[in-house]
Write a protein that binds this ligand. Structure first.
Ligand code: CP
Length: 306
């Protein structure tokens, strides 16, 4: 069982809670392999997707997960709502709660918005990505995929490569992987790997070839141009030359290393199509696993609310 009614970040979870989510997700993955993939577990509950930033994977995955659990799921359309008339997010969230939401899934460009809503609402709040802070369900589905593919997380060498500074995925993964006993390397240009992150107990590499040598997992990150000012990288061509993952570079990792990416990918900037679509890529399996992991989170939070 989870202690909180909300899932705001991996930082706040204990190792036991992470393992409970991963084990529960494993049971739901079995359900998803059946002919009839739907269970009545959360019938009568209402889930609302409240996304103030674009999303393909996370929003759709939460919608599928909610439907598989038989909840009523509502995709709130920010662009056609009273938000465009200036309604504050707290008033929108209180309105959604008054309409019957039991669980509100929120994505917002500002760090801390899910935390603010969690304090003000009785409904459970799930952070689907807040600014440059955290994206907890992404890290959980990444951990689930690593465990499924490598059989363990404890002792794995994981290289997270690219735009660490602007990445909520990187931060949630660092917290999650450290709690589960992995050895984490951050690899990227000094402009995109801030010194302060070294305090989280990770190793930093400013040379891609050294950084991915001998690792079990290469996790590539997207260059987040929407969160960057100018001057972090000289050009995308230069970035690809120094930090892009191609077949030759991947050969430096362990022979059975897997390649991950949270998506959306910038093909030809941080990863070649040959690697992204290659035999060692588990990128689409990450997406599929996201459904089972999000079913587990919805189920456990509903239990915590009871
Ligand atoms: N990984 C991820 O958060 O993707 P979306 O932006 O498509 O949700």
């Amino acid at each position: 069982m989870l202690k909180s009614k909300d899932l705001l970040g991996i930082k706040d979870l204990s190792t036991d809670e992470i393992n409970i989510i991963l084990d529960t997700a494993s049971s739901f993955k079995d359900v998803l392999k059946r002919d009839i993939k739907k269970v009545p577990t959360l019938r009568g509950r209402t889930v609302v997707n409240l996304f103030y930033e674009p999303s393909t994977r996370t929003r759709t995955s939460f919608e599928v997960a909610s439907k598989r659990l038989s909840t009523d799921v509502i995709n709130f359309s920010v662009s056609t709502s009273a938000v465009v008339k200036g309604e504050a997010i707290i008033d929108t969230a209180l309105t959604v709660q008054a309409l019957g939401a039991d669980i509100i899934i929120v994505r917002h460009a500002s760090s801390g918005v899910p935390h603010l809503l969690a304090r003000k609402l009785e409904a459970s709040v799930i952070n689907a990505g807040d600014g440059m802070n955290e994206h907890p369900t992404q890290a959980l589905l990444d951990a689930f995929t690593m465990k499924e593919k490598k059989g363990r997380i404890d002792g794995l060498k994981v290289a997270i490569v690219g735009d660490i500074a602007h990445s909520r995925v990187a931060k949630s993964n660092i917290y999650c992987l450290k709690k589960l006993g992995a050895s984490v390397r951050l690899v990227g240009p000094p402009t995109l790997v801030p010194d302060v992150i070294g305090q989280l107990g990770v190793d930093t590499y400013y040379d891609m070839n050294r950084g991915i040598k001998g690792v079990d997992v290469v996790m590539m990150l997207r260059i987040q141009r929407e969160r960057q000012g100018t001057g972090f990288i000289p050009s995308t061509d230069e970035y690809f030359k120094n930090w892009g993952l191609n077949t030759e570079r991947l050969a430096l990792a362990n022979d059975d290393a897997i390649v991950m990416h949270p998506g959306p990918m910038n093909r030809g900037i941080e990863i070649t199509s040959q690697v992204a679509d290659g035999a060692r890529s588990v990128i689409l399996e990450q997406v599929t696993n996201g459904i089972a992991v999000r079913m587990a989170v919805l189920y456990l939070l509903a239990g915590a609310r009871k």
